[in-house]
Write a protein that binds this ligand. Structure first.
Ligand code: PLP
Length: 383
């Protein structure tokens, strides 16, 4: 059988191994040590934010971002419906109610008009999602959030290395706070991990202490010239990223643009080889933003059985999956919101292999198999 082509694959090598080895040899393996501090400052610099805080994962980062804005029971937060359910989970963690805004059928990005229609007495904020890494429509979203006095959080889980009209995701002009993921399926990774960025000093000090039980960091205490005795005045969480993971993530951050460039090359090749079919549509990359291609997702035509195409591709060793989730239909949220465009993408999207390790011949093999299996599926069902 031919080699497997996985859907996603992290790109790590000797540099990452050396960085992890150095942390192991240093003796500071827990979080908030020198490796985490160095990673945070490099990340803040990369995205043009004043502050960055490394956390256990993006979901924890979203949770802290919402808490920093005072979100609690009785509040409603509008979220992009077409997303990994982490976005709405974070709202529920705060005891608040997520309201699901439909998305643009072409891009899968939150539809600002749909979000505006959900604003009511209890609405306190908005979480936009950078879909498969592509930044949301931040000009329109900022106009809405300013007009309605809402906070705006960027779910930048997939969008490290992306930009909107020249501004990197995480830039303070796009949103008040952003949360990035370093999960193994994202564009840069430490296995599990996340980063919160902001330029708001109050948000930053809230996040910085609440990710560590509500007290100042161990390194700040270690650097004090008196014996510091922390006081536990506020309830905080333990959302610290270990120094082992930070060191790994720091190497990945240095390689960020190299990895985005390699994936962009794959996307361009797919566009060339897969364009012009009646059986599926290509992903829409908007001209005023840089798409980092965390995933490459086809929209199958209504006549094509996505499940059968997917199983045929997998049988040939080609990884594939659904795109992401329509959240409003997930029972955990028990919502009456409706989002037909999101539901349609949830039913028709098919993600095909996308990562920086794909070779030219892998891409050709995937494209040929996608054309053939989609065509075959149509033919079998016609007869
Ligand atoms: C992956 C993902 C998350 C969750 O990230 P974790 O780091 O695993 O918590 C949140 N939102 C979106 C849009 C994602 O794709």
């Amino acid at each position: 059988m031919a080699d497997q082509i996985p859907l996603g694959r992290p790109s790590t090598g000797d540099e990452e191994i050396d960085a992890v080895r150095a942390v192991l040899e240093s003796g500071w393996l827990a979080g908030q040590g020198p490796a985490t501090r160095a990673f945070e400052s490099a990340f803040a610099h990369e995205v043009g934010a004043a502050y960055a805080h490394a956390v256990t994962n993006c979901t924890a980062g979203l949770h802290l971002a919402l808490l920093s804005k005072g979100v609690g029971p009785g509040d409603e937060v509008i979220v992009a419906d077409y997303s990994y359910p982490a976005t709405a989970h974070a709202v529920q963690f705060c005891g608040a109610t997520p309201r699901f805004a439909d998305v643009n059928p072409d891009t899968g990005l939150i539809d600002t008009g749909a979000a505006a229609a959900l604003v009511g007495e209890r609405t306190v904020g908005l979480i936009a999602v950078d879909g498969f890494g592509q930044p949301a429509d931040y000009d329109e979203l900022n106009t809405l959030s300013r007009a309605k006095a809402l906070f705006l959080v960027e779910d930048a889980a997939c969008s490290a290395g992306a930009s909107y009209k020249g501004k990197p995701t995480g830039d303070p002009t796009l949103a008040d706070v952003a949360a990035f993921s370093l999960h193994g399926r994202k564009g840069i990774t430490s296995g599990e991990g996340g980063v919160v960025t902001t330029s708001d000093g109050e948000v930053s000090s809230f996040v910085g202490s609440r990710l560590c039980f509500g007290v100042e960091s161990a390194l700040d205490r270690a650097e004090s010239d008196a014996l510091p005795v922390p006081v536990f005045a506020d309830l905080g969480w333990n959302y610290k990223l270990s120094d082992i993971a930070s060191a790994l993530a720091h190497v990945q951050l240095r390689r960020l643009h190299e990895l985005v460039e390699r994936r962009s090359h794959v996307a361009a090749k797919y566009d060339e080889l897969l364009g012009g079919s009646d059986l599926f549509e290509l992903p829409v990359a908007l001209p005023d933003r840089v798409h980092p291609w965390q995933s490459y997702v086809l929209k199958m035509a209504p006549g094509v059985d996505r499940g059968r195409v997917a199983m045929s591709l997998r049988a040939e060793g080609i990884g594939c999956n659904i795109g992401t989730f329509a959240c409003h239909v997930q029972p955990v949220y028990a919502t009456s919101d409706v989002c037909p465009a999101s539901a349609d993408l949830f039913a028709r999207h098919l993600a095909i292999p996308m990562h920086a390790e794909l070779t030219e011949s892998d891409v050709e093999r995937v494209a040929e198999a996608v054309h053939r299996t989609a065509q075959l599926d149509l033919v079998t069902r016609r007869t």
